[in-house]
Design a binder for this molecule. Structure first.
Ligand SMILES: O=C(O)C(=O)C[C@]1(C(=O)O)C=C[C@@H](O)C=C1
Length: 377
């Protein structure tokens, strides 16, 4: 028997012990995952990981092995985290019953007033089956849904010309809300005025900043002054209360049905395909077997290559990304979280495998929802 063979026998014996220990360690990690799920704790605990690494380095019997100890335990804990994520995020929702929402909650809250694009999006999604309640801000919609005042909320998340709507994405990241569906609306803007208004006499236009931006070419061509309002519908409501014919509002043609205003000019939006995507949100996720789109927030370690690794794992599992938006972390300047939409539902094995890798790579990640994409998107 040569020397190498003897060494390999020794390594096999050590590996056997390591495998036994790995079984034991992962069993404890599984118990920790259940605890964390029950107590709403994050999987990643940086402080604890540093303690584990420091202790491991101190146990090293040679100075030149300290770094190997560190890497070994870092990897071990990344695997432990991946396992915990797979138990908390993937298995539980699919296998468990979708939880009941609070019985007091009812209706769907949308931004703005009657006739806003959000109102139209809510109508398209729910029809007349459910009350539509106007709300004054994104935050009040999210808080009302979490507190059980409203069953659903509807928020614009992306415009095909202007990109992601950062404020909505940040609320998804920072609150316990989930996306359960989406609506895509073609955005057609018109110029609205009081009856008797002459376009030549208009000096100022009021609307939501997104709408003003979406009509920037027309506004600049005529030379109107722009003034932002909280929504297109609140701009229309404000105009209807005045008798000032030097002001016009910009918004959907439906606003002319809701307020005593007339359409002065139709289709003033910038040329191109202008669609807005709305997310239907709820305080509890709904996981169904026929979903085909998912949204996530991912936080990768702030080191070279980590975002590449994250994207690589979606590519490896043949999953097409539909959106990737970097959002700054509030308490950590120049560091970013990544909002991701991908093609595929949580019930698919390729998605579940990719998410196991995502859990290994990310410091933390959150599944925002698995839902059906709207045909228009
Ligand atoms: O101690 C915990 O909180 C664990 O979840 C266990 C563990 C580990 O595997 O050691 C895993 C993830 C945490 O980031 C820290 C440590």
């Amino acid at each position: 028997m040569d020397e190498l063979h003897t060494y390999r026998q020794e390594i096999d014996a050590i590996d056997e012990q390591l495998s036994t220990l790995l079984n034991q360690r992962m069993a404890v990690s599984r118990a920790v995952a259940n605890y964390k799920a029950a107590h709403d704790n994050h999987v990643l605990d940086n402080q604890r990981e540093q303690e584990v690494i420091d202790k491991a380095k101190a146990r090293s019997d040679r100075e030149d092995l300290k770094d190997y100890h560190e890497t070994f335990f870092r990897q071990l804990m990344a695997l432990s985290r991946a396992y915990q994520h797979s138990l908390i995020n993937v298995e539980n929702p699919i296998n468990s019953e979708n939880k009941e929402y609070p019985s007091t909650a009812q209706g769907v809250a949308y931004l703005g007033e009657q006739g806003s694009f959000s109102d139209k999006a809510a109508e398209n999604y729910f029809g007349d089956k459910i009350n539509r309640i106007p709300a004054s801000s994104f935050r009040s919609i999210v808080e009302g849904v979490i507190q059980g005042t409203w069953l659903y909320g509807i928020l614009p998340v992306e415009n095909s010309l202007n990109g992601s709507i950062a404020q909505a994405l940040d609320l998804f990241r920072d609150h316990q809300i989930f996306i359960v569906g989406e609506v895509v609306l073609p955005i057609r803007h018109c110029l609205l005025g009081l009856p008797g208004t002459n376009v030549d006499g208009i000096k100022k236009v009021i609307s939501h900043p997104q709408a003003l931006e979406q009509c920037s070419l027309y506004i600049d061509q005529i030379g109107f002054r722009r003034e932002p309002r909280t929504s297109t519908a609140s701009a229309a409501a404000e105009l209807a209360k005045t008798d000032d014919r030097s002001i016009a509002a910009i918004g959907s043609p439906q606003l002319a049905d809701c307020y005593p205003l007339i359409i002065l000019k139709e289709d003033i939006q910038n040329p191109g395909n202008n669609f807005t995507r709305f997310a239907v949100i709820r305080s509890q996720p709904i996981y169904q077997q026929d979903t085909d789109k998912m949204s996530l927030f991912c936080r990768v370690p702030h080191v070279s290559g980590s975002l590449y690794q994250l994207l690589h794992c979606f590519a490896q599992h043949n999953l097409n990304l539909l959106n990737l938006t970097a959002r700054p972390m509030e308490n950590n300047p120049w560091h970013y979280d990544f909002y991701i939409d991908l093609e595929g539902g949580l019930h698919q094995s390729s998605v579940q495998s990719a998410l196991k890798d995502v859990g290994r790579i990310c410091e933390t990640y959150k599944i925002l929802g698995s839902y059906r994409h709207d045909q228009l998107s």
